[in-house]
Design a protein. Structure first.
Length: 246
């Protein structure tokens, strides 16, 4: 073997050794680089402010007007979803979608829009009662919205969910029924699932206080859904609230 070959071999071995030595440093850097476009955090806080069952002869809690639909709606259940989306780097746009079996209204809180109006390129999309999609056309690393869902928690639709618009490093949803009378009787512990495509995996739920539940997950791919399924004890609540004879 010539001295040149030996010298070259030594250089190669030295380079491989250096690479192996620096590998523990490079791997986290490479993973971090690959996740640069991921959404850092998605946080959804749901405050349920009204919860009654519409049996057909039930009086609504009240009546509200939804401006985008140009109509009034009888309200039986109502919840407010505050959604905080955080990115590592500012994004030029952000698209969010809210969907419910009832009615949905939406307000974009940040980036703030002085006019405060929703924009629909498709006029017909503004008239869909149970779905709103909006694209925020302002550069930011933080996007904050409030959605109001009306009549979306009736029998057969007793669930609340959050969907990942992007690959997401960490997501958390807290659902708060604590303002509902007798919430501990009406709202048993929910079942939570992580849904990827058509595959559902049960995940743990924490009860933070009476009527307040939390679910969290990490390293979620785009389109993944975190959902809490409830089984409201409507009959038990009716028995509790029936006036007793003197």
């Amino acid at each position: 073997m010539s001295s040149e070959t030996v010298g070259l071999l030594g250089v190669v071995i030295g380079a491989v050794g250096t690479f192996i030595t620096t590998l523990p440093v490079l791997i986290p850097w490479f993973k971090d680089w690959r996740r640069a476009e991921w959404q850092e955090f998605k946080y959804v806080y749901v405050k349920v402010v009204h919860l009654t069952q519409n049996t057909g002869d039930t009086l609504p809690v009240y009546r509200t007007h939804i401006d985008r639909l140009k109509r009034d709606v009888d309200v039986y259940d109502e919840c407010h979803l505050f959604k905080l989306n955080l990115f590592r780097w500012p994004r030029p746009t952000f698209t969010c979608t809210d969907r419910s079996s009832g009615f949905v209204d939406l307000q974009i809180l940040h980036p703030w829009n002085e006019e405060g109006k929703l924009v629909f390129a498709d006029v017909g999309a503004a008239m869909i009662p149970g779905m709103v999609t909006q694209t925020v056309q302002r550069k930011s690393s933080t996007f904050f919205t409030r959605s109001i869902y009306y009549n979306g928690l009736q029998h057969g639709n007793e669930n609340l969910a959050m969907k990942m618009e992007h690959n997401t490093a960490e997501a958390r949803m807290i659902v708060d029924f604590s303002s509902i009378p007798d919430c501990d009787l009406l709202v048993p512990m929910p079942v939570a699932v992580e849904r990827v495509g058509e595959t559902e995996t049960q995940v743990s739920v924490r009860k933070l206080a009476p009527g307040i539940f939390s679910v969290a997950a990490k390293d979620l791919k785009k389109e993944t859904v975190l959902r809490m399924d409830y089984s409201f004890a409507w009959d038990a609540l009716k028995r509790l609230r029936v006036p007793q004879p003197a």
